[in-house]
Write a protein of this length. Structure first.
Lengths: 424, 311
């Protein structure tokens, strides 16, 4: 469908794209045929983990797999994250690979609801993965079935400039009040408390998610994500009134929507801003020399008595329903799930392996695993926990709120209308 | 399109004369065969997708699963969607401001149309935006507008003003993107007009000069009428470009802040890809197609008339 609508817009360019796609298909088909003739099996993997490190790790795992299984050839199609998001729906239906990497949670359920992923429920007991992967199984479940192999997960929290904290005499904040006091102190000394880039919308979600988790708890948060609670609920309004304080006091980077999430990082490393609520990408985006200057602390307590919930985003790999070599694909997933492989794959992307029995040696990973283990429960991320359309509308609402906190009532009204329509 | 219809005409004419030579007899095989390929391609690649898109717009469909018939439901929702009117308003702003491109292009073309050797370099400099992909232009202008590190911010600070954040301001953001797009579109029109100016009838201008015409009257009554076809083409193409603009918006703001720089083409993309609403996206595409058809029809009518005159 998107091809048709693109056609209206681009005319000849859309045409060329089709021709190119068609000839690519022919090439792929030809490749499969010649492979069959030579009595080999080809395993096709589509993945968006295409950063230099993870690409190398994946290629090595595939080569090891080939070496162990003579007659098997692994073809990996790497794609960048953003374009993968737009292409996966097409290829799952038209040319499904044997393995597709994807997000878990609501984004996975969007596909399992349509029977696009193969049931992997038995796989976990066969491979004895239930115990080591226990915390991640919920994320790959739809009802009582499991559809993806969790491969790695990402933690989130405040990354801060240690020198600035030292100079201002600020200790790591343990509560929301302490965080606000620290921000006031920083602001008075001419340092911006929070840097943030929201042109690509998602960095803002963390503020909403964490405030909601810390104020109202995981159960209410998930009710809201599942469309069962209202956006005009007083509990949601409370979250927005908490969030309004730092916005109105000017603690956030001004004109945040002029910056992509990455473009806001230099403010932190250059000492113009003190904190950034984000994931380990802060570090992977910065040169090794400055990593020592950056510290991490978890989102502080907001309401005493609310247990410590965290956002842990789990990624994984699935076998599409239309895959041709499902047996081989399962073999490969089992191979990938082996402690050494899953650790190498995660480490290459500065994320954490989705196995509790894997130990990593670098201090950052160790601290992040501690952080994850301390959680009483976890959500994933706004745009992975709720319906994709709701997420898009919600994120635009958050972006507007960050720029115009006074419009809160109109924004929540709009989100509620969307929720009522989407989760009918 | 124009080439195509001209081709069909000549084929039909030739077929007709062949028949006359043979003294009648309905020999339609040759034209039918010759027409089959272009017509087939046209139907398969243009008409088919358009009809299918229209059809999809009547369904509630996420792009992969099963579709539910909603009739005109998508259109009803669209006409009640506040974002649709923001997009429509932005499309109108784009349309009007983009018409500056042929005007500026013509002015620059006249200035650059001097037979000095230095002009080659100057012309090349003006052509430059045309060589760059729109996405690159978008990225460069995003840096230019960056409220902290951008050149614009540096200039503003140097003269003692607070730097504006054009791409975060819901009022100015569309204008900011249009300026970037105009930069490339002016160059496009400039090329068209330079080509047009090189085709001018020198004798006519010399004659007019002999009769004492100069300056504005010379331009108004002698040069401009000869440029009419170019003016027409440049204007229509500019209008169509303004309606289908998408790439710059995607790169510079992703339709933001909070949808205030969105146009129909971008809203369609956003609905289809990020909100998983292919039916709704198709409805937006249909509305956009209807708007564009007006200008395409005007363009076609004009070219057909011109061909009729030339025959």
């Amino acid at each position: 469908m998107s091809a048709e609508s693109k056609m209206l817009r681009t005319g000849p360019a859309g045409f060329t794209r089709r021709v190119v796609c068609a000839s690519a298909l022919v090439a792929v088909a030809a490749g499969t045929l010649s492979g069959a003739a030579a009595q080999t099996q080809t395993l096709t993997i589509n993945t968006d983990r295409s950063g230099a490190g993870q690409k190398a790790a994946m290629t090595k795992i595939a080569a090891d797999f080939e070496a162990k299984n003579p007659g098997v050839k692994v073809t990996i199609n790497f794609s960048d994250v953003e374009s993968y998001k737009t292409s996966i729906r097409n290829f799952l239906v038209t040319t499904p690979p044997d393995i597709a990497f994807w997000f878990t949670g609501a984004r996975m359920r969007a596909f399992t609801k349509r029977n696009l992923f193969d049931d992997l429920t038995g796989f976990f007991s066969e491979q004895r993965l239930e115990e080591p992967m226990k915390p991640f199984l919920e994320a790959v479940s739809d009802g009582d079935k499991r559809y993806m192999l969790p491969t790695n997960f990402t933690t989130w929290g405040f990354y801060y400039n240690k020198e600035i904290f030292e100079k201002a005499g600020i200790a790591v904040p343990k509560t929301w009040e302490e965080l606000m006091t620290a921000a006031a102190k920083l602001k008075a000394s001419g340092v911006l408390p929070f840097t943030i880039g929201v042109r690509d919308l998602w960095a803002n979600d963390l503020w909403f998610d964490y405030l909601n988790l810390r104020e109202n708890g995981l159960e209410f948060h998930m009710e809201l994500m599942d469309g069962k609670a209202s956006y005009t609920d007083p509990r949601v309004k409370k979250v927005f009134s908490l969030w309004a304080e730092p916005i109105k006091k000017g603690y956030f980077l001004e004109n945040a929507s002029s910056y992509g999430w990455q473009e806001a990082i230099p403010f932190l490393s250059q000492g113009k801003a003190a904190m950034y609520l984000l994931g380990p990408y802060v570090l992977t985006s910065l040169p090794q020399e400055v990593h020592g200057k950056i510290g991490f602390f978890k989102f502080p307590e907001v309401k005493p008595g609310v247990p410590n919930y965290e956002e842990l985003s789990v990624n994984g790999a699935a076998i599409p329903s239309g895959a041709k070599n499902k047996g081989l694909a399962r073999q490969f997933l089992a191979f990938l799930a082996q402690p050494d492989n899953i650790a190498a794959f995660a480490k290459a992307g500065a994320v954490l392996p989705a196995r509790t029995d894997v130990t990593l040696d670098d201090p950052f990973s160790i601290s992040q695993i501690e952080h994850a283990k301390a959680a009483k429960g976890s959500s994933q991320f706004y745009d992975r926990d709720t319906d994709p359309e709701m997420a898009q509308i919600g994120m635009k609402g958050f972006q507007e709120f960050l720029a115009n906190p006074d419009r809160v009532d109109g924004i929540l009204e709009r989100l509620e209308t969307a929720r009522a329509r989407i989760f009918k | 399109m124009r080439v195509w219809s001209a081709g069909v005409d000549s084929v039909v004419r030739r077929a007709r004369s062949a028949r006359e030579l043979r003294g009648g007899g309905a020999d339609l095989l040759t034209p039918a065969l010759l027409l089959a390929l272009p017509l087939g391609l046209f139907v398969l690649m243009i008409v088919g997708p358009i009809l299918r898109s229209l059809w999809i717009s009547l369904y509630d469909w996420d792009g992969t699963g099963s579709a539910t018939w909603v009739g005109l439901g998508n259109y009803r929702e669209l006409f009640g969607d506040a974002q649709f009117y923001v997009s429509l308003k932005n499309n109108a702003i784009w349309l009007v401001l983009f018409l500056l491109a042929p005007v500026l292009g013509l002015a620059l073309a006249i200035y650059l149309n001097q037979k000095l050797p230095e002009m080659r370099l100057v012309k090349a400099l003006f052509f430059m935006p045309l060589v760059l992909a729109p996405v690159i232009v978008g990225v460069v202008f995003t840096w230019f507008y960056d409220p902290t590190f951008g050149i614009l911010a540096i200039v503003f600070r140097a003269i003692g003003f607070a730097p504006p954040a054009i791409l975060s301001n819901e009022t100015f953001v569309t204008f900011g993107i249009i300026v970037a797009a105009l930069w490339a579109q002016v160059a496009f029109c400039l090329v068209l007009f330079l080509a047009g100016l090189s085709q001018l009838d020198g004798e006519m201008i010399a004659a007019a000069r002999l009769d004492g015409a100069d300056g504005v009257p010379l331009f108004r009554y002698i040069v401009l009428p000869q440029l009419r076809p170019v003016v027409y083409t440049a204007t229509i193409l500019t209008v169509i470009m303004s309606l289908r603009n998408f790439d710059m918006i995607s790169v510079m703001t992703q339709g933001g802040p909070y949808g205030s720089s969105t146009v129909l083409a971008y809203q369609m993309f956003d609905a289809t890809i990020f909100s998983y609403r292919a039916g709704y996206g198709a409805a937006i595409a249909t509305v956009l197609f209807a708007l564009m058809s007006v200008y395409i029809a005007l363009f076609l009518r004009n070219s057909l008339r011109q061909e009729a005159r030339e025959r």
